[in-house]
Design a protein around this ligand. Structure first.
Ligand code: WT7
Length: 634
């Protein structure tokens, strides 16, 4: 048995079914889940057209779906819109004007709140700042900031004037930041001086300076004073100073439905990350409909997506989705267990959070800290829970369900990707739940498990998780690389389906069980990071000739990396070098690329064409069957 099968058997042994409480199911925004699934299947375009009508458009579409250039699908062609008009402008003409849009809590406990009207003003002001610095429609703005309201303001302001944001997670190191700024050809970067985490102030500005020094296209760095650090301000401007004189009135740019909204980089199987492109029209339709139906947004909700805005989860469900839905979104800047393991529960209690959406790695970490922490707090306001980022093991599911949700909150296990933009496999508050399964495709989404020939496999058998019909929030291309878009997602197996890169199974009830990635992409604490990206960070060190990285199972993080390194002549593989290499990778990629151990080797298993067989390394490491090794050189 392979490690994968063992993992799935364990997952799929979960036979219990949890029915959502009647009160929640009967009052859900989604009226009838089964009927919606049927409608989505029979009338895909009609289903999404209805969803589009919930939003405001400056001009109507000619076509709902244009598949003439597939796989370069287009949605709501000919329509005019702007996602920011729907997320902000339209709300301030309604009673939502005075409603709190963002609750932001810093690690030191300082709370800031922005109503929709206040947020709208800040966004207009910053939009004018960007304009005054020469930013125009179509220009790229890089953003490197912690989980603070200014990141949302910067994103929304960029989009309001028709420019494109490229947010880089502020945990990435200078190498990763530089590649992303360069590829996007960003003209401006908006950052913060630092971030408060775990009682310390971490300097972000230094990383930005080092990256920007290698990116001549950047004209200006705008700095939010957040951590109160003493930073070098050469060729930089303080955010608060620019904002002082900016007007709070700014027209929203009329965009084409298919105009680029943002670029978000994600790891693939080569060292170079892919710039995933999302557009205004389809993305806002998909994100709005999925959030309203899955997390069942009601007027009184306080929605906490405890991710970072730097990932797609944050783009779709901290910033855009909640504002489109007119709800209150919570942003917490600090460490989840600071000053004690009850911090998250304390936040839920103090802010009366009604929906919590987080990741299995977080749940497992909190579970490990003991049941006493959630018990100390009143979590009765919670109505729904969510999970995302990797498969949730039934043990963590049960702990979350009992200790956080008090056995009354259904758990929405949402499977999706940076590329999909919105939830794809997910329950709704009417779906019977099986711990460990993301249940079924969202209405208007079709999925299948297929083999390498693109044929659907039997029930219970593993295969590629494929999406067989287009969906509005789908990525449109890979920035400046349409070939890579076609090859990676649409030509992996025959049949013109979107291949997700995940392996999954479907059970006899039609429920999907996602097992993990089929490619050389690791999931460390829910973060996607390519082994090739880590390897190229290793190879950029002067002592390294070659490196191979594999994922090693980890109880809390899901996976961590183990590196096999061939040294250049004249370098000795000692403890000192191990530390130096770890430091180097951290500097390049940031702390998310956790390298658990480094082993110095004389050779690596390779195919005749010179490709490293990481699968063989992994099997040897874990003491598993090496499988077919006929391609090995020796
Ligand atoms: C990969 C996408 C989209 C949100 C965060 C991650 C894994 C995501 C689940 C889930 C099992 C999941 C997949 C997917 N994944 N959600 N509910 N169950 N696996 O975005 O960084 O683009 O990663 O995360 O492997 O391909 P991402």
């Amino acid at each position: 048995m392979t490690e994968e099968t063992i993992k799935t058997e364990a997952l799929m042994s979960e036979k219990r079914v949890f029915n959502p409480p009647k009160k929640i199911a009967e009052n859900a925004n989604i009226v009838d889940w089964e009927a919606a699934l049927k409608r989505g299947e029979e009338d895909l375009e009609g289903f999404w057209e209805d969803a589009a009508k919930e939003l405001e458009w400056f001009g109507k579409w000619d076509k709902v779906l244009d598949d003439s250039g597939k796989p370069f699908y287009k949605w709501f062609t000919g329509a005019k819109c702007n996602i920011v008009h729907n997320a902000l402008d339209r709300h301030i003409k309604t009673p939502l004007k005075g409603k709190v849009a963002i609750i932001a809590e810093a690690e030191d406990g300082k709370v800031r709140k922005f109503t929709y009207a206040q947020l709208h003003k800040e966004v207009c002001k910053f939009a004018n700042v960007l304009k005054s610095l020469g930013i125009k429609k179509g220009d790229r703005v890089a953003i490197y900031m912690p989980n603070i309201p200014e990141i949302a303001i910067a994103m929304l302001a960029t989009v309001k004037i028709g420019a494109i944001h490229s947010v880089v997670f502020a945990g990435y190191g200078e190498g990763a930041l530089k590649i992303r700024i360069e590829d996007a050809e960003a003209k401006i970067i908006v950052c913060a001086d630092g971030v408060g985490r775990g009682g310390k102030k971490i300097n972000l500005k230094d990383t930005v300076d080092k990256a920007v020094a290698q990116c001549p296209a950047i004209k200006k760095t705008i700095v939010v004073k957040n951590a109160g650090l003493d930073v070098d301000m050469a060729n930089c401007a303080w955010y608060h100073e620019l904002m002082e004189t900016a007007s709070d009135k700014c027209e929203t740019e009329r965009m084409d439905s298919e105009d680029i909204l943002y670029i978000l980089y994600t790891s693939g199987t080569t060292g170079k990350p892919k710039g995933v492109i999302h557009v205004h029209g389809g993305y806002m339709v998909g994100v709005n409909r999925t959030l309203r139906w899955v997390f069942d947004i009601k007027p009184q909700d306080i929605f906490w997506c405890a991710a970072d805005p730097g990932w797609v989860t944050g783009h779709s469900y901290i910033v855009y989705g909640p504002l489109l839905a007119g709800t209150t979104t919570l942003m917490y800047e600090g460490h989840p267990t600071y000053p004690d393991p009850g911090r998250m529960w304390d936040i839920i209690e103090r802010h009366s959070v009604t929906i919590l959406y987080t990741a299995p790695t977080m749940i497992r970490m909190l579970m490990g800290l003991g049941d006493e922490w959630p018990k100390k707090h009143d979590l009765n306001t919670l109505r729904l829970l969510g999970s995302v980022g990797e498969p949730i093991n039934p043990e963590a599911w049960m702990w979350y369900y009992k200790n956080v949700g008090g056995e009354r909150c259904p758990i929405m296990d949402t499977w999706w990707q940076t590329e999909t933009g919105m939830f794809m496999l997910t329950p709704t508050p009417q779906t019977p739940l099986k711990p460990g399964s993301a249940t079924k495709p969202f209405p208007g989404v079709q999925a299948k498990i297929v083999d390498n020939d693109g044929k659907e496999v039997e029930t219970g058998k593993g295969g590629h998780l494929a999406i067989t019909t287009p969906w509005p929030a789908m990525l449109r291309t890979v920035y400046k690389n349409p070939e890579r878009y076609k090859k990676t997602y649409w030509q992996e197996v025959p049949g013109g389906m979107y291949i997700s890169g995940d392996i999954a199974r479907k059970d006899e009830d039609g429920y999907f069980w996602v097992q993990g990635r089929s490619d050389d992409v690791l999931k460390i604490a829910g973060h996607r990071i390519g082994t090739a990206e880590i390897e190229s960070a290793f190879v950029s060190h002067k002592a390294v000739a070659e490196a191979a990285v594999i994922g090693i199972p980890d109880e809390v993080k899901g996976e961590t990396g183990k590196a096999f390194v061939i040294l250049k002549k004249g370098f000795a593989g000692n403890a000192e070098l191990v530390e130096d290499l770890k430091k180097h990778v951290r500097k390049e990629l940031g702390p998310l690329a956790i390298i658990d151990s480094i082993k110095f080797v004389g050779s690596l298993p390779k195919t005749r064409s010179g490709k490293i067989m990481r699968r063989v390394l992994k099997a040897r490491e874990l003491g598993l069957d090496e499988g077919d090794t006929s391609a090995l050189v020796d």
